[in-house]
Design a protein around this ligand. Structure first.
Ligand code: GLN
Length: 535
């Protein structure tokens, strides 16, 4: 039971997209390296209850936790860096806070008082933060506050930080991440945006304790002391965050900059002698010294968005490192693929992934990509909708069921190989109602996936409404598509696997949500291995 929990807040200023999530995750890694238990939480200022209903153009990937929370993609970074599972409690939005407060108000829990932003909303935010601290599991709770200071939406969150700092004193520290731009015409780095950003924090009553400066160039002593002086922090608390070749360099860079020491000093925590990042260093070393290189096509409809398939891309990196192999992920827009151009678009790829997704746009292109991989013995991994496309392709082109489809796209198909799950049929609300979170899957002996996982019972995370239709199971098996994994409780098909193919696996779940630096996901490791061997 941990008692003296320290709360670290990470806020952002000057610009969005400076990498608060990576800084938070890197700090967690450093503190873990010193032997502390750490969890990271994200507070998002938007009014959606969770990002599950947001499309990838708005919000990038939706990450799913073991307990079925649909969350911000930063939680993926947290898990990949720290290997500590996150949960519903690790991602809270303004919408969720207001929903909780309004529910309480309806129940009469405020006993007739006027319900206001301060104290009721801020109390609810505080409650969500302390919920993690009060589990007794963690020495540090790192809370990343989404958005940029000065935004209307983030005001109640910053006000909560002010109150917690006041209440908890040195058990709290605030890290403010800003941008120190380089002005080409002047030939120098500029600190003024950082000064203004800290002023905005001060107007809201919060003095940041540590300033992390994102920059394209190294900060010299002059810049550091200027920032320290203007922003009321010590020079040791001005931390440079220089652009790095990969996000996996950031914990090592933060170690050099002593971010962990600044945090430990600020929170009056005794500094453990050793900082062990040896596993991380080994990972980065292997990442930078591959002996082979492969090209894997990622077929999806959101490929032009950097963040839409974040976890898949990171999992490929993990799988690559495990195989000492550089993986180039080649984005292929599924809408562009047709039977006429498929050879031209996909030849040259050493492996193909068909991505998860919703709706009909680009689905015929995905099905074409599956066909190409199946017929040309190209290692293939289909994830969620990608697995469903593999089932449709097999039905149409091997079983001869020409109109086979998923009910999601063709409600009236005579061959619904992918059908709506029974428990989904009466659902009206779209938010949070899919089959979400971890479910067991029993692997069938003698399959490739069994060899890869090296165990019979696995648990993987899901996010879907539709499933493989059991009526078609026998036909699939007889024609060489094995049912390789089954959910034992509900008898649902979770994995299909083609015989006599170097690697052809479709999974109804999302292995990409469980791959971490410490434990690269076996399926990605196995897939990259097959791709490498097949090259
Ligand atoms: N749209 C499909 C379903 O709901 C697949 C979802 C996904 O790929 N995550 O079943």
């Amino acid at each position: 039971m941990k008692k003296n929990v320290k709360y670290i807040f990470v806020t952002g200023g000057v610009s969005s997209s400076l990498g608060k999530g990576i800084i938070s995750a890197s700090l967690a890694k450093l503190l873990q390296g010193r032997g502390f238990e750490v969890t990271i939480q994200k507070l998002d200022p938007y009014i959606n209850i969770d990002p599950g209903t947001l499309n990838p153009y708005e919000h990038g990937e939706c990450y799913v936790t073991d307990d079925g929370a649909e969350t911000d993609l930063d939680l993926g970074h947290y898990e990949r860096f720290s290997s500590t599972p996150t949960s519903q409690a690790n991602n809270i939005t303004t919408g969720r806070i207001y929903q909780n407060v309004i529910d309480k108000e309806r129940k009469g829990e405020y006993l007739g008082t006027t319900v206001q932003v301060i104290p009721h909303i801020t109390d609810e935010i505080k409650h969500s933060i302390k919920l993690l601290g009060n589990t007794g599991k963690f020495d540090f709770v790192i809370t990343e506050i989404g958005g940029t200071v000065g935004d209307i939406e983030s005001f109640p969150f910053i006000e909560t930080v002010r109150q917690m700092k006041w209440e908890l004193g040195h058990s709290c520290a605030v890290i403010h991440l800003t941008l120190v731009p380089f002005l080409k015409a002047a030939g120098e780095l500029k600190t003024k945006p950082t000064q203004h950003s800290v002023k905005t924090m001060l107007e809201q009553g919060v003095q940041p304790d540590i300033i992390v400066c994102r920059s394209e160039y190294h900060l010299n002593e002059g810049i550091r002391s200027k920032i320290a002086q203007f922003c009321n922090v010590s020079e040791e608390s001005v931390i440079e965050s220089i652009d790095a070749p990969t996000i996996y360099d950031v914990p090592l860079l933060m170690r050099e900059e002593k971010l962990d020491i600044a945090v430990l000093n600020e929170t009056r925590t005794e500094i453990p002698e050793t900082l062990d990042l040896s596993n991380w260093e080994r990972f980065v070393k292997r990442l930078k010294n591959p002996v082979k290189e492969v090209n894997i096509g990622l077929v999806g409809k959101y490929v032009e968005l950097q963040d839409a398939y974040k976890s898949i891309k990171e999992s490929l990196i993990h799988g690559g490192v495990e195989n000492e192999c550089k993986v180039n992920d080649i984005d292929i827009q599924s809408e562009k693929i047709t039977s006429e151009n498929v050879v031209e678009l996909l030849s040259g790829l050493d492996g193909i992934i068909v991505a998860p997704g919703f709706g009909g746009r680009g689905i015929e292109g995905k099905i074409e990509a599956v066909k190409y991989a199946r017929e040309n013995n190209i290692p293939f991994l289909g994830i969620c909708l990608g697995m469903q496309c593999a089932a449709i392709e097999f039905s149409r082109n091997v079983l001869g069921l020409k109109d086979a489809h998923t009910v999601e796209i063709d409600e009236k198909t005579k061959n619904p190989v992918i059908d709506l799950m029974e428990e989904q049929k009466d659902i009206e609300n779209m938010g949070g109602t899919m089959r979400l979170g971890s479910y067991n899957c029993k692997l069938i002996k003698g399959t490739k996936v069994f060899d890869i996982y090296k165990t019979e019972m696995i648990s993987e995370r899901h996010r879907h409404r539709f499933e493989f239709n059991n009526i078609y199971r026998d036909g699939f098996e007889k024609a060489g598509m094995k049912i390789a994994g089954i959910n034992p409780e509900k008898n649902l098909v979770e994995i299909i696997e083609l015989e006599n193919h170097p690697f052809f696996v479709g999974v109804q779940f999302h292995p990409e949500y469980k791959s971490t630096v410490k434990r690269p996901h076996p399926l990605f490791v196995g897939f990259v291995e097959a791709v490498k061997e097949n090259k």
